[in-house]
Design a protein around this ligand. Structure first.
Ligand code: NCD
Length: 306
């Protein structure tokens, strides 16, 4: 039985196969309408979500399966003190596959250890978010035709932003990837990413504070929200929340084919005036999220597509 807790749980070849499947799904949707007939997906969401939960549900419904679950800890027995380990044991009897989002780092791993069905990490605290990364990879590939030889700028909350950690993990395995990490000092990437991923793999990267200076060399700009819910005090959040605001003026510094990605939700970090710029790819990115999740469900359930 396979789980998806971290993008590194799949080899580069497996991820490439999954992206090829997602691409086929996008172009031949009706072919997949009954692949999951009779199967159930449980969505266990202990933290707020719009895109991730609904795209999982939409993915399973498009495959002919059904969904069950809860969308907040308050609405589950967690409110009565039940552990994730006990909940997943129960869910294993009710569903064929589960997607779990939890505020604690490692919660999905704990669930996977006790589960008898495949577990997908839909975000564990400030740690990892592998299905967002699959979405990001599909988007980058669709826009540029490649997953190699590019300079990727990651901007904003690189400390608590789990999408950033998973994306660096995944992209660092492709050839000739350079990272520009743009963050205020207090929101730099955690040392386990800097040392154990970037330095350990000899990846070209630099850490800078100024977005304007970084702009001209980027092929992809991955903007992120300052993760308010992970801050210890509100004052720090207020001080840091508007560190970067991408607007038309800043976009003048970018390459004509530099694409903007954002896992969403955005707060202030991308001005809405950018939304009509042909390089703004974040809404398209959200759409790819459904196809990659369909591909992941099929793959983890080991289903045949005829
Ligand atoms: C992200 C998350 O939950 O980490 N959202 C998402 O899944 N698309 C990013 C965020 O909340 O800022």
């Amino acid at each position: 039985m396979r789980h998806m807790l971290n993008p590194l749980d799949f080899s580069v070849e497996e991820i490439d196969r999954l992206l090829a499947l997602a691409d086929d799904i996008e172009h031949h949707l009706p072919k997949y309408a009954h692949v999951c007939d009779g199967k159930k997906l449980a969505t266990l969401f202990y933290e707020p979500s719009t895109r991730t939960r609904l795209s999982f549900e939409s993915a399973m419904l498009s495959l002919g399966g059904s969904v069950l679950g809860f969308s907040s800890a308050d609405a589950s027995s967690a409110a009565k003190g039940e552990s994730v380990a006990d909940t997943i044991r129960m869910i294993s009897c009710y569903a064929d596959i589960a997607a779990i989002r939890h505020p604690k780092e490692g919660a999905a791993l704990v669930a996977a250890q006790k589960s008898s069905i495949p577990v997908i990490n839909a975000g564990d605290g400030g740690h990892q978010h592998p299905t967002q990364t699959l979405t990001d990879l599909m988007t980058i590939h669709a826009l540029t035709g490649r997953l190699s030889d590019m300079t990727i700028g990651l901007c904003g909350d690189l400390k608590f932003g789990r999408t950033v950690h998973s994306l660096i993990n995944a992209m660092a395995r492709y050839p000739d990837i350079r990272f520009v990490l743009i963050a205020p000092d207090e929101l730099r990437v955690p040392s386990y990413i800097r040392e154990d991923v970037l330095r350990a793999r000899n990846i070209t990267f630099k850490e800078v504070g100024n977005l304007d200076e970084a702009m001209p060399e980027l092929d992809i700009l991955y903007m992120t929200r300052v993760q308010r819910e992970r801050f210890f005090n509100e004052e720090d959040y207020i001080r840091l929340k508007d560190s970067y605001i991408l607007d038309r003026k800043k976009m003048k510094l970018a390459k004509p084919d530099m694409y903007i990605l954002h896992p969403l939700p955005r707060v202030n970090e991308i001005a809405t005036e950018i939304d009509d710029d042909p390089r703004a790819a974040y809404f398209k990115q959200a759409q790819y999220g459904v196809y990659v999740r369909m591909a992941l469900i099929i793959t983890l359930l080991g289903l045949e597509v005829k």
